[in-house]
Write a new protein. Sequence first.
Length: 199
Amino acid sequence: MTRARAFASSRLPLLLCFVVLPAVGFAQKPAASKSPKRNEHQHTLNAREQAFVAQATADDDMQITLAKLAMGRSDNPRMRALASRIVSDHTALNLQFAQFTATKGSKGHAHGVPVQNIRAMQAHLQSLHGEAFDQAFAGMMVKEHHSIIAAYEVAAKTAADDRLKTIAARGLPVLQGHLAAARALMKEGSPAQQRRENQ
């Protein structure tokens, strides 16, 4: 009996090793599975994506600035309605980009609309009145939306970051709606012009 007890006690540490080691292994698995999530937040935008974000946010600022001017100066209620819509939509887009870049720790490179260009457009509009103002503002909206829509289309197809691709894809119909409305207003002219043509 003494030898049997000695044999059993000598095997006890080995049995404990087989029980404890697997438990330690299981405890470590959840920690390893979390590492990919940390890597997602560490992912930085490539140069093309950063350039798109900078262009889109600068375009938002420019369009908001010009549309606010139109809201106060245009006599055409449809033009003021479009301007109000542009301010609202581009403010929302700008917020999406701000939240997105905050998670990436990057603000992008300065590849947007130069400040002096925005001031020049603003000064030109401020020098105009009535129908001339409306036509100039609508023309600017057509031109600028053409340019930014092309950038959104590229980002929606080629962006490596899925979230950025989604922002671009969802923003496209919004911008295309602005473009269509601006084109229509350019063709229709002001209410006063329409009355003269109908007389």
